[in-house]
Ligand binder design. Structure first.
Ligand code: GRF
Length: 208
């Protein structure tokens, strides 16, 4: 059984996709040991409660400085002894000590086809606004391992999504979530749990 901790910041729709796929038996031998949010009162916490999953809030507002927050975040995660940490809409820069502690065991979902529209400042709706501004015809989502950079870790899975005429950032975000994020993040977790992911020379091999 692989215990995972899922880190969230807001809506928690990616968390919900993981919960639903575990319940449906599409992800086997995985248990969400805890949900950790950096914000109080967000929908993701309701989703955790509805699913009977322990949830913790580690908010920067509760700490005198960033270093104390970073330390508390890592200690809170470590307490659950996860074999994998999943960043599901988690809008926090993961501190170096955290990445070191869980090297090769942190997966993030990013709402674009990395290396496009990613890196510092590209998160949530900002990504889709930039996609529409540039006029690309295809976007999508990327599930990747987290390294010391921002959206720079080895890519696990990607899925393309068409941009339609008249799309607003909100409409496009929803389509990318529904058609890509909610599919590839659970799949990446499942592949990891089955031991089918291998990182070699910075690339991910999937040993199906
Ligand atoms: C989504 O845009 C997702 O791509 C990004 O965070 C946003 C909210 O995700 N990672 P969620 O609904 O909180 O899972």
């Amino acid at each position: 059984m692989l215990d995972i901790v899922v880190c969230v910041s807001g809506g928690g729709t990616n968390l919900q996709a993981i919960i639903d796929r575990i319940k449906a038996g599409e992800i086997r031998d995985v248990r969400i040991a805890a949900v950790i949010s950096n914000n109080y009162g967000v929908k993701a916490l309701e989703r955790a409660a509805d699913a009977g999953i322990e949830a913790k809030v580690v908010s920067p507002k509760d700490f005198e400085n960033r270093a104390l927050f970073n330390e508390a975040l890592l200690e809170t995660v470590k307490a659950f002894k996860p074999g994998l940490v999943v960043l599901a809409g988690f809008l926090v820069n993961i501190p170096e000590a955290f990445v070191r502690e869980y090297k090769g065991r942190i997966i993030n979902i990013h709402p674009s086809l990395i290396p496009s529209f990613c890196g510092v400042g590209y998160y949530g709706l900002k990504v889709h606004k930039a996609v529409l501004e540039r006029g690309v015809k295809v976007t999508g989502a990327t599930a990747h391992f987290v390294d010391e950079g921002t959206d720079t870790g080895p890519i696990i899975l990607q899925k393309a999504v068409n941009v339609m005429d008249g799309d607003t950032p909100e409409v496009l975000q929803r389509r990318v979530m529904e058609q890509a994020e909610w599919e590839i993040l659970p799949k990446a977790i499942s592949l990891f749990a089955q031991g089918k992911l291998e990182i070699k020379d910075g690339k991910v091999l999937i040993n199906e």
